[in-house]
Design a protein around this ligand. Structure first.
Ligand code: HEM
Length: 507
């Protein structure tokens, strides 16, 4: 009896021991898995990986690091830990398949200067307020423009103003930066405010200039350092200027909204601002006081639509004209296609299908120019395990669009301007999976449709009317494609000639 009891006891002890070991192993292996963070270069105390970064082209430094550490890796910008997503497959998987987890906006110290304490609107908003503001803006962009004949007509009208400016230079070299930005800005202005501005309107000129200057200030090395070491660089001159510009643009937006409010007729909304004010009034009439429809949110959203809708499309248009001047044979082919297919008549949005070469040139410009190298910064909304790596809630995440648009496994000649990337063997337009200049997922650019229509109509109408060349005495190969230092990759200051094709054809 005694022996049986002993046997039973030792059996239970062994079983308990085995059970405990199993639990320990499973706990250890699970916790190891759950805390396996993305790899990355070893950071130095305080400096993090600063010494591995080219502050003027952080995206290129990150692309180099991705070659060693893979498509999901960690870097420390100062003491700030950041996860980088690289390559078409990884960026798409994160932003589309894990849209909620990777869908929050990260507010860096410099974006805090843009967004202010409010952190509302669209660009820098999060949570319910962002969702509502984005939904409302997208439905208004549709009602007042995007993809509609109304927007097409506005764009075509604006092109005439721009052509007039170009013609006034009579083929002499000039910088097209300001006039292109005014023209493009007028498209989003018509949608937001319900009317365009004269290019000579001082208030308008200041607003466009400040928005453009802000991108350059925010991309400067001192602002990158401010993001990493805010307590040291908080007094940097560029930061002070950026804050002043942001405050002035906000005040100006308040004045513009105030004027629209005085003449508001809720039955006849002129644009997005009127629609917002009408909706706000409706909610107030229903005694709903806790909605997101307040003046502060309206100002933030209008400022972000104005800024996001101006420099992006303007910068892309400046790139495509510069590329046409640099590669005259490609310009020849665009002009030959236009002459053959549409002749002298005004190009319309529906002509895109019958102008595959022009369409390919625009897509290739967006790919090659890569104007948003790191999109806008995201952060994780929750703890997430992605591709086997654990990323904690609230971690800043950078979708490295440079690594997608120049992905060596996706593009035949990633660093060359080559419209054939978007043409099949029969010279028909082909979509490419790694074409992602507007980013992807729930934070993807809501202005994509409008931007595409603007790029197509502005580009084809300008090239139909003018021949773009370098200034006399400058060879095509000497036109510099090095971008200026800014948040977006904009061309460095340059001059081109816009020579009327009527004159050329009559010669
Ligand atoms: C060629 C033109 C354009 C390009 C390449 C572009 C690209 C982008 C990119 C990369 C983002 C960041 C997406 C992300 O966070 O992952 C973005 C966001 C945004 N874009 Fe555009 N954009 C362009 C034109 C426009 C236009 C015309 C508008 C005006 C309607 C606009 C409005 C916005 C807004 C409001 C956001 C913030 C979205 C959010 O945070 O939810 N963009 N854009």
């Amino acid at each position: 009896m005694m022996m049986l009891e002993d046997l039973f006891q030792s059996y239970v002890s062994v079983a308990l021991m085995v059970g405990l070991i199993c639990i320990l192993i499973s706990f250890l292996s699970r916790s190891k898995d759950e805390t396996r963070e993305p790899p990355g270069p070893k950071p130095l105390p305080l400096l993090g990986n600063l010494l591995q970064m080219d502050l003027k082209r952080i995206d290129c430094s990150l692309v180099d690091l991705s070659k060693k550490y893979g498509s999901v890796f960690t870097v420390y910008l100062g003491s700030q830990k950041v996860v980088i997503l690289a390559g078409n497959k990884t960026v798409k998987e994160a932003l589309v398949n894990y849209a909620v987890e990777f869908g929050e906006r990260y507010i860096s110290p410099s974006s805090h200067d843009f967004s202010g304490e409010q952190r509302n609107g669209i660009l820098f908003g999060n949570g319910e307020s962002w969702k509502e503001m984005r939904r409302f803006a997208v439905s208004n962009l549709r009602d007042f423009g995007m993809g509609k004949k109304a927007a097409e007509d506005k764009i075509i009208e604006e092109i005439q103003y721009l052509i007039d400016v170009f013609e006034r230079h009579e083929g002499q070299p000039f910088s097209n930066a300001k006039s292109i930005n005014y023209a493009v800005s007028n498209i989003i202005s018509s949608i937001v405010f319900g009317s365009r501005f004269e290019y000579s309107d001082e208030e308008f000129k200041l607003m466009v200039t400040r928005a453009n200057e802000n991108l350059q200030l925010a991309g400067s090395s001192s602002m990158q350092l401010f993001n990493m070491f805010p307590w040291i660089f908080r007094w940097a001159r560029n930061r002070m200027r950026l804050k002043r510009n942001v405050a002035e643009n906000r005040n100006q937006m308040k004045r513009l909204i105030g004027r629209l409010q005085e003449t508001l007729n809720v039955e006849m909304c002129r644009g997005y601002v009127d629609s917002f004010l009408a909706h706000k009034q409706k909610l107030e009439d229903l005694k709903i006081t806790d909605s997101h429809y307040n003046l502060d949110n309206l100002v933030s959203t209008a400022v972000s639509l104005f800024a996001a809708g101006t420099d992006t499309t303007g910068t892309t248009l400046r790139w495509v004209l510069l590329l046409m001047a640099k590669y005259p044979q490609i310009q020849d082919q665009v002009q030959a296609e236009l002459s053959r297919v549409v002749g002298d008549r005004q190009v319309r949005a529906e002509d895109r299908k019958i102008l595959p070469f022009a369409d390919a040139v625009i897509h290739e410009t967006q790919r090659f120019a890569n104007i948003f190298p790191i999109a806008l910064r995201h952060q994780t909304s929750t703890d997430v395990t992605f591709q086997g790596y654990f990323i904690r809630k609230g971690t800043p995440v950078f979708p490295l669009l440079t690594s997608v648009l120049w992905d060596e496994s996706e593009w035949e000649s990633p660093r060359t301007f080559n419209p054939a990337h978007f043409l099949d063997k029969d010279r028909k337009f082909v979509k490419r999976d790694a074409f992602m200049p507007f980013s992807a997922g729930r934070r993807a650019c809501p202005g994509e449709g409008l931007a595409k229509m603007e790029l197509f109509l502005f580009f084809t109408s300008l090239v139909q009317r003018f021949r773009f060349t370098p200034p006399p005495g400058v060879k095509e190969e000497d036109l510099d494609l090095t971008p200026a230092v800014a948040v977006t990759r904009m061309p460095s200051p340059h001059e081109l000639c816009a020579i009327s094709r009527e004159g050329i054809q009559n010669e």
